[in-house]
Design a protein around this ligand. Sequence first.
Ligand SMILES: *Cc1c(COP(=O)(O)O)cnc(C)c1O
Length: 371
Amino acid sequence: MIPLHKPYISGDELAYVTDAIESGELSGNGKYTNLCQGYFRENYGFNTCLLTTSCTTALEMAALLSEVGPGDEVIIPSFTFVSSVNPFIMRGATIVFADSEEQTPNIDPASISRLITNKTKAIIVVHYAGIACDMEAILKIANEHQILVIEDAAHAQGAKHNEAHLGSLGALGTYSFHPTKNITSGEGGLLIVNNEKFQHRAELLWEKGTNRKNFLMGEVNKYEWHDIGSSFYPSELNAAFLWGQLRNTDKVNDRRMKLWNIYAEELNHIPGIQIPNIPDFAHHNAHLFYLKTANNTLRNKLISELRKQGISAAFHYLALHESPFWKTKGSSKLSEAMIWQDCIIRLPLFYSMTEDELNLVITSVRKIMEG
Ligand SMILES: *Cc1c(COP(=O)(O)O)cnc(C)c1O
């Protein structure tokens, strides 16, 4: 069976984890956490970035920092993972689901414009498949109305909007290092703090509401409780594992891109399926290769026929506004999100995928489409 994805393993992980064990420093915010955060500051130009236990917890920090609460509205695409939304519901905010674009599964700026009210406090954008949202249009709308933009860049490490790394354009951004993402630490994430006004508080929340950071820096002689917070950072064992991966990001993304480009070339111009549409400003990271089928029947047929041939392909998000949890809470008509829910199919793509495996998937898709 050709899997949909397989976690990347560099082979360097064990040596770093062993080093962390031997150092005796197992809890978080130590040497490897600093190395990983430093990597992003040096290579991505980030200012403050904080390693977290997952992208979900990074988004929980973003929700806390945004100070949204009851009576505030938060605009979020319906076509996304639950973790984009849960942190804001947990703060008591009112969720307003937005539609996707026709050309990409990303949030449609026109849909955002229609949904803004004087209660809108934040817009969450998700760069699906590492393909940048239309940030110019989104930031323009947000700035006009003084609304916070938070980027769920879980898919998007290494991807850019023009020259800017995704995650660096909103006030806050988040990455995921879940094994399904391009690089992994088992479970892990990153909070990127772009708006300086959040920097100090982000560091407090991250340290369970204490000023332990200032204490470690020798700036104060005891650390005290200053704010709410939680256990948001990973152990050094996870950070050491991530360090064994991080430095290979470019190599991993280059290989994935090579495979992605072959898919795009070979599966282009086949009636009934469309390859991803990449806007000019988007420099993606080959996180996913997906097709948009002409209808739901064709999509499901492709998945089941590929499975018979030993190939795992999958649909993706079920539009959240139609989920069992949400159905009783609100109703919206988001037609593009429903089309993506019904018509997207993801094909296998992972670092160690061979060219033979790739060719088998391509020939199989072609045969099914012809037959
Ligand atoms: C994977 C993913 C998350 C959650 O990431 P975790 O690190 O597993 O918490 C959030 N949002 C999106 C869009 C994702 O794909």
